[in-house]
Design a binder for this molecule. Structure first.
Ligand SMILES: Cc1cc2nc3c(=O)[nH]c(=O)nc-3n(C[C@H](O)[C@H](O)[C@H](O)COP(=O)(O)O)c2cc1C
Length: 187
């Protein structure tokens, strides 16, 4: 068989939303990792702004950035258009991925996705926080609930190192497990 005319076994769609590049970096890493592991499967990469048509995709991975305790608006908008899909989620956030805040976001977005789809899982990792937001926190009075504290500054500095190579590796293996999960009813 000639290269380029190779028969594809199936296809997946990887869609992401990213304001400052963290989720884009993660999505591109996931695509590369999945393409290497799932030879013969076509994987389409698109941004939510492109509003890709999911027709024909046997799975979808949707990537978001955390925005005020949920997924960002563009992701939520795109999510509304999905129905009856096998859908995996991944995202970046400023908080630690093992924090209660991250768990709340994961539960919330999974819950929204599950209203009309089969949810395959949700992977989260830290992503550097927009320096403008860090500066805004710094300018708040000490009695403001969002005021900068030593602990918060430590978290912002840690977030600044992510997503890194380890996050991408972890995301690839989590997403592989999601897309390989057997469809409901399969034995
Ligand atoms: C307006 C705004 C709201 C945010 N809200 C949250 C939040 O609720 N929880 C959180 O952990 N991180 C929050 N973050 C941090 C981002 O989710 C994080 O930096 C993410 O990696 C950005 O992804 P992107 O580079 O793909 O746009 C917020 C950032 C901004 C700019």
């Amino acid at each position: 068989m000639n290269a380029g005319t190779e028969q594809k076994n199936g296809s997946g769609l990887l869609v992401y939303s990213s304001k400052t590049g963290n989720t884009k970096k993660l999505a591109e890493g996931i695509r590369e990792g999945l393409a290497a592991a799932l030879t013969g499967e076509e994987i389409r990469l698109a941004t939510v702004e492109e509003n890709p048509d999911p027709a024909g995709a046997s799975w979808i991975l949707l990537g978001f950035w955390a925005d005020r305790g949920s997924a960002d608006q563009k992701t939520l908008q795109y999510l509304k258009s999905l129905e009856g899909r096998r859908l995996g989620l991944f995202g970046t956030l400023g908080a630690y991925p093992d924090s209660a805040h991250a768990r709340d976001i994961s539960q919330k977005v999974k819950g929204l996705a599950a209203e009309k789809n089969t949810v395959l899982g949700c992977f989260l990792c830290q992503g550097k926080i927009d320096p403008a937001l860090t500066e805004r926190f710094k300018s708040l009075p000490a009695d403001n609930p969002h005021a900068m504290t030593e602990e918060r500054m430590k978290r912002h500095l840690e977030a600044a190192k992510h997503p890194d190579e380890n996050d991408i590796k972890a995301a690839v293996s989590a997403c592989l497990a999601m897309v390989k999960a057997l469809p409901e009813g399969a034995t």
